[in-house]
Design a protein around this ligand. Structure first.
Ligand code: EPU
Length: 441
């Protein structure tokens, strides 16, 4: 099957993009659906590879799941029959470890493989496993089989404080809290809006989850049952990809639907760089080139900061900016797999060594003193970009590479389309609608 894009770059992209549903909500609502009694209807679910793979996974456990319209998914897990996640899925779908929650809820015991997913650093789940243990789950890891075995003897209870926040960790422990007969508190949580959307969904089905001051409190809830279909929020990461591409290509693109509050740190930096931004109406924004782009340095951080998922797109915009800019990645190690690839297009990007005081605190991954990290890059803007053959190795980097090829003169090949399509729905169609020349080969 074709897994590459042939891209002819150099044209300003103009037109309209309707955002798909957020990958990082879709996956969790599908997993959480296995805790519900009866049918669950989810709307605005993007048909992306990660979602399609997860649907295969839950079907392998015995759930029924079918799209009844393009983005409306119906799940019925009343006949769930297996508490063991197949190894082939575990290594493919990183969030499969979140199945601890529904499988423990349904069977009291489960087998879940060590997670795989995007190659952006080691991505351990130590904080999450500690959290499960603290809430009273018995859990062991068998390094020979690569499986975790988790078991509940008493209902989960108590409180857990993350030493450093974790997005999926917060969500998983919150779902574990739903099994408790008492109150479960999770402290020093991640604050991404995608987590709020998951809370909205669970609460709309009867859960009693509240948030206060960096803390989530889960109180005893009746069995979850959906009252009406739930439509998930749109994808902020997709917005950033198209908004930066619009401006970098000297184009003009209207994007909707998006709540401004969810992208305020992005809008602020875009304005600082001199990008044109216009609010057309509620939830509809126009991003356009209105003159020279200024180089702006960024540092990634969890919400409400400049998200780590946005930095590869930011690098693409900075390729077109005056002067040099710096990107400092604080959330993940190893999130610059696009750097060597961009160099093939003629981009001038180098890793730089930036000394940080108190790196154990500054970085959100588990910083080890003896290791060498490459967390900062310097980008020289306004270099002529030419065509090349590029290789995608992780999702967001993939989108950045395809966008860079759309800026470069000549025909480029971008290999690894299926990695990009883990998270971007209708990428080829959306880019074509903006006048971009792209096809699958
Ligand atoms: N971490 C640990 N131990 C843990 C948990 C996290 O060391 O037990 C580290 C991670 O390796 C990372 C940092 O802590 O360096 C933050 O990780 P976090 O757990 O918050 O990230 P995540 O839950 O694995 C989710 C999204 C990511 C997004 C981040 C940040 C999903 C499925 N994934 O990852 O999305 O970048 O939060 O918001 O929700 C993407 O969509 O391309 C993507 C990678």
């Amino acid at each position: 099957m074709s897994d590459s894009y042939l891209i002819k770059g150099g044209k300003p992209l103009k037109g309209e993009v309707i955002l798909s549903g957020a990958k990082n909500v879709a996956l969790k609502t599908i997993i959480a659906a296995l805790m519900f009694k009866g049918e669950v209807i989810l709307k605005n679910i993007p048909k992306i590879n990660d979602v399609l793979d997860l649907i295969e996974l839950i079907k392998s456990l015995g759930a029924k799941a079918n799209f009844i319209e393009k983005n409306t998914l119906v799940i019925d897990s009343d006949n769930l029959k297996s508490n063991r996640v197949d190894l082939q899925y575990g290594s493919k779908i990183r969030v499969s470890f979140m199945l601890f929650a529904p499988l423990l809820h349904r069977f009291g015991e489960c087998y879940v493989p060590n997670p795989g997913g995007c190659r952006i650093g080691a991505r351990p789940i130590d904080r999450i496993i500690n959290g499960l243990k603290t809430l009273g789950i018995n859990i062991d890891y068998d390094s020979e089989t690569g499986y975790y075995h988790a078991k509940i003897t008493d209902k989960p209870k108590g409180s857990y404080r993350f030493d450093k926040p974790s997005h999926t960790g917060t969500e998983l422990l919150m779902m574990i809290g739903l099994m408790s007969d008492e109150k479960v508190e999770i402290d020093n949580i991640a604050n991404e809006p995608e987590i709020d959307d998951l809370i909205l969904y669970l609460n709309s089905a009867g859960a009693n989850i509240t948030e206060e001051k960096n803390k989530i409190i889960v109180r005893k809830s009746p069995e979850l049952k959906q009252k009406e279909a739930f439509s998930i929020m749109s994808d902020r990461n997709e917005l950033v990809t198209y908004a930066t591409l619009a401006v970098a290509s000297r184009g003009d693109v209207v994007i909707s639907p998006i709540d401004e509050n969810l992208i305020s740190s992005f809008l602020e930096i875009m304005r600082e760089a001199g990008a044109g931004i216009e609010e057309i109406s509620n939830y509809k924004y126009r991003f356009f080139y209105k003159g020279e782009i200024d180089s702006i340095n960024i540092e990634t951080s969890p919400h409400p900061g400049f998200m780590t998922d946005w930095q590869p797109s930011w690098a693409i915009l900075m390729l077109e900016a005056n002067g040099t800019s710096v990107i400092h990645e604080r959330v993940f190690e190893n999130r610059f797999s696009y750097v060597d690839e961009l160099k093939k297009l003629g981009a001038k990007i180098d890793f730089v060594d930036v000394k940080v005081e108190n790196p154990e605190f500054f970085y959100h991954f588990n910083f080890e003193k003896e290791r060498e990290y490459k967390q900062t890059i310097k980008i020289q803007g306004k270099e002529e970009l030419h065509n090349a053959i590029l290789n995608i190795s992780d999702l967001r980097a993939g989108a950045a590479l395809a966008c860079a090829a759309l800026l470069a003169d000549g025909e480029s090949i971008v290999n690894g389309a299926s990695i990009l399509e883990r998270g971007y729905e209708d990428f080829v169609e959306k880019v074509k609608k903006l006048g971009g020349e792209i096809k699958k080969v």
